[in-house]
Design a protein around this ligand. Structure first.
Ligand SMILES: Nc1ncnc2c1ncn2[C@@H]1O[C@H](COP(=O)(O)OP(=O)(O)OP(=O)(O)O)[C@@H](O)[C@H]1O
Length: 254
């Protein structure tokens, strides 16, 4: 049996705002094997980021179980087994590409091994820019630095919240392909929150489609398209049928 990468059982999360209680997640079950790439799609406010934040140890579930590689998210965060990348790459402007990546090691007090940093810089395709400052980089390059910074600590699990949301379509698609290559080389369990149905289908082993009020997983759809995938797969009728199926759930024709 394949070991579990992400495991959510009867997950519930409520927030109290003034006198009212918001049920952000109710009865969420989701299990994916280690090394999978899973995307969460769903309408705004359905609880995608809340799931990511619970898995990242940034928020606690009100009840239920959340495990990453069999570990409680709090412990996984303390043990640096999780990395999180957000839409805003949040780079330090006065540090170089290399300096920003090394920061992740400095924060956790790990020794900086030059070859490991070199490897991760090469992995994200920034070898010629390692001395550049963030102001000298494009949006896509900044996001590559953020991904490299997430990978340098060698996490088991990478959590990404709309990492390409602020990029133009072409750059986004390029980084989609890059992410698939990086993911296949590093074999990290990856959870991606995205608003883009085609991005989810292109990248994922599994797409979890959520619905709102309260946030629930409506369907878990395995994407059985061969890997490695290129943008050409997006013209495949099977690809289109996955998109149609997900749209039908999200737009209520299902
Ligand atoms: N800290 C908080 N305090 C109160 N309510 C919150 C908090 N965080 C999230 N919520 C509520 O929980 C629900 C789910 O929010 P969440 O950000 O997880 O949704 P989402 O699916 O990621 O949305 P989007 O796609 O717009 O980013 C929303 O109703 C939101 O208002």
């Amino acid at each position: 049996m394949t070991a579990t990468g992400i495991d959510l059982q009867k997950l519930r999360k409520t927030f109290t705002v003034g006198r009212s209680t918001i049920t952000a997640l109710d009865d969420v079950d989701l299990t994916v094997p280690r090394g999978s790439l899973i995307s969460l799609v769903g309408p705004s406010g359905c609880g995608k980021s809340t799931i990511l934040r619970i898995l990242g140890g940034l928020e606690r579930a009100s009840s239920g179980v959340a495990l990453v590689h069999g570990e409680d998210p709090d412990a996984a965060r303390r043990n640096r087994h999780i990395s999180i990348a957000f839409q805003d790459p949040s780079l330090l402007p006065w540090r170089s590409v290399r300096g920003n990546i090394e920061l992740a090691l400095e924060i956790v007090g790990r020794p900086i091994r030059k070859t490991e940093v070199d490897d991760v810089i090469a992995l994200v395709g920034l070898t010629d820019f390692e001395k550049a400052r963030p102001a000298q980089l494009s949006g896509g390059m900044k996001q590559r630095v953020a991904i490299a910074r997430s990978l340098i600590t060698e996490p088991n699990v990478l959590l990404m919240d709309e990492p390409f949301g602020a990029l133009d379509d072409l750059t986004r698609r390029r980084l989609n392909l890059e992410l698939m290559r990086i993911w296949s080389e590093r074999d990290i369990t990856t959870l991606l929150v995205t608003h883009s149905i085609d991005e989810a289908v292109l990248l994922s082993d599994v797409v979890a489609v959520m619905t709102a009020r309260p946030g629930r997983v409506h369907s878990v759809i395995p994407i059985e398209l061969e890997r490695p995938r290129t943008v050409a797969v997006m013209r495949d009728p099977v690809f289109r049928s996955y998109e149609d199926r997900i749209s039908a759930i999200l737009f209520g024709d299902d």
